[in-house]
Ligand binder design. Structure first.
Ligand code: GLY
Length: 560
């Protein structure tokens, strides 16, 4: 049966590989929206075989580890939000942890902080959490055995899949970097040094063997035995820090979602170490007093109000947020509407509040691309799952474990590797997010499930570093306030402000020249940037499910 399932996947025509369908599609039963066509189709087939949304999510995550090597992963981590049809809502934190031998000054060389070390190479990796997360989620909420949900990923790795144009370009663009590392060179460049092309069959034998170990032994198939040997060997050869005991002791953690109310909607959002929940909650609170639909979508006043709220929430993020297992996060205060309304006391519709006047911090112009990935799933019974997962940068640390075929993350860069210094996203972090052994680094990943009258209405999230938070917020408001359909909501132009740098980002052609002029008159400095890639599902009051596939990427909706 599973071989048959793979054969169907294998026959996906290359014309579909760029996910060119952009209209909203409506389905009665199950729906999977992810960043990649094979992975979405794997999720759909698991749902059609009687799996629930959690079975499908685990299958999609493992499939993405094969078909989206830049972000889908078993060498990274992420977050899962679950909302069951019976009303149960919970979240699973499978974020990476700092190795036990990590230390506050591990990126200081000759007295100077060296940001390259937390971005590329063997020191950049936290202890991976994905495999433990998937096994843990499946054990508690899945209906299917691990061997069955992982089999499509094994088949895709063993027999290969056709590269899309984008995937080939992405691999080619890292040729020089991959060539520096023995495993990465072997797995992600061609032996004869020629570039990958669209339609090339991409086979990953070593990765398929690792996935088979996981299918057979569960978490032990990754955190001990031959896979652990390969990881530790890689660490020893290159001077990395992850040890056998780091791997053995890694465990994901169930956490209560942060619940935010907006109008009649209830949002269940990933709590810290995701910063997204608290930031989205605060921004919604700060905007709550204004008649948003009257301001009009992306009018100068609407964008200004949103940017000023974002500015304040991100300033708080940088001071207060980190791993809740290591810090006393003042959650009650940050989620107190009185506090958030007070934060807006100096807000003026006519002029900006300069970020330098809001809090301490250094300006930075340093921002890079980001390569997280998000997927949303609903099954025919109404169980919903939102997963955001990442290696951090595109292809993570760029170091693949030799003999095991998978890339390690560069998530250590999400710590404030030096409090007060910006990370690769230009985000300033405080002491709460400093490096400590066993600690999880702060994240912006914001998987979110929205209910109304107890029924799931939206499954949201995005990829894009700190833009995840602001994109998820806007995608939600586009539906809740402006009545857009799922595809309109995801495609609509977005803006982003993150306190520092003190710049209001907008998408190319995303604001009209007169809107830009009005925003400049209020004092904003504007700059263009592509703002995140999200994949959402909207469920109407009659239970019809529609897909929002982000046209900024190669995403794909698979439903029935
Ligand atoms: N690595 C991106 C994030 O977790 O926010």
């Amino acid at each position: 049966m599973t071989r048959f399932l793979f054969l169907l996947l294998f026959l996906i025509p290359t014309s579909l590989l760029n996910g060119q369908s952009r209209s909203t599609q409506v389905y009665d039963n199950g729906l999977v929206v992810s960043a990649e066509v094979y992975a979405s189709e794997v999720g759909k087939q698991i749902l059609q075989q009687g799996g629930n949304a959690v079975d499908a999510a685990v299958a999609v995550q493992f499939a993405l580890a094969v078909t989206l090597p830049r972000a889908g992963n078993i060498g990274g981590g992420g977050f899962m939000v679950i909302q069951l049809a019976d009303g149960t809502s919970t979240t699973l934190d499978f974020r990476e942890k700092a190795p036990q031998r990590a230390s506050r000054n591990m990126y200081v060389r000759n007295g100077e902080f060296d940001p390259e070390l937390s971005w590329e190479g063997i020191l950049a990796s936290g202890v991976p959490g994905t495999v433990d997360g998937m096994v843990t989620a499946l054990e508690r909420y899945g209906r299917m055995p691990l061997e069955l949900v992982i089999q499509p990923a094994i088949d895709l790795a063993q027999n290969g899949y056709y590269l899309s144009y984008t995937q080939a370009q992405e691999l080619n663009s890292r040729f020089n970097t991959f060539s520096k590392y023995e495993g990465s060179k072997k797995y992600f460049t061609k032996e004869d040094g020629t570039p990958f092309k669209e339609g090339d069959l991409f086979i990953q034998k070593d990765l398929s063997e690792v996935l088979e170990q996981i299918a057979r032994y569960g978490r032990d198939g990754f955190y001990s035995g031959s896979v652990a040997d390969a990881i530790v060997q890689q660490m020893r050869e290159m001077g990395g820090l992850i040890s056998y005991s780091d791997l053995r002791n890694y465990s994901s953690k169930w956490r209560e979602p942060v619940k935010a109310r907006f109008q009649d909607y209830e949002l269940s959002i990933m709590p810290p170490p995701s910063s997204g929940s608290i930031a989205v909650y605060q921004i919604l609170d700060m905007m709550d007093d204004y008649a948003l639909s009257e301001l009009g979508h992306n009018s100068a006043d609407y964008v200004h109000l949103m940017a000023e709220s974002m500015r304040r929430a991100f300033a708080d993020r940088s001071f207060y947020l980190g791993d809740p297992d290591f810090n006393d996060i003042p959650k009650q205060d940050l989620l107190d509407p009185k506090y958030n309304h007070a934060r807006m006391i100096d807000f003026s519709m006519d002029t900006i509040t300069h970020s330098s006047a809001l809090s301490h911090g250094e300006f930075s112009n340093n921002y890079e691309s980001d390569e997280t990935t998000h997927f949303s799933i609903i099954d025919r019974d109404g169980n919903a799952v939102a997963v955001t997962t990442t290696l951090n940068g595109s292809f993570g640390s760029k170091v693949a474990v030799n003999g095991a075929g998978f890339l390690l993350n560069n998530e250590m860069d999400d710590f404030s590797a030096q409090p007060g210094e910006p990370n690769a996203y230009g985000l300033i972090g405080g002491e709460a997010n400093s490096i400590e052994p066993g600690k999880r680094m702060l994240s912006s990943m914001t998987p979110t499930i929205v209910t109304k009258d107890g029924k799931v209405r939206m499954i949201l999230g995005a990829a894009g570093g700190p833009r995840i938070i602001t994109a998820t917020l806007q995608n939600f408001l586009n539906i809740a306030v402006f009545g857009m359909n799922a595809q309109e909501a995801i495609a609509a132009n977005r803006v982003h402000h993150q306190w520092l740098p003190d710049i209001l980002f907008y998408e190319n052609y995303g604001l009209s020249p007169d809107t830009i002029r009005l925003l400049e008159q209020k004092g904003h400095q504007l700059r263009t940037m592509s703002i995140a890639r999200g994949h959402l599902i909207y469920i109407d009051p009659d239970g019809k499910k529609s897909s929002g596939v982000d046209p900024r990427g190669d995403g794909h909706a698979a439903g029935f």
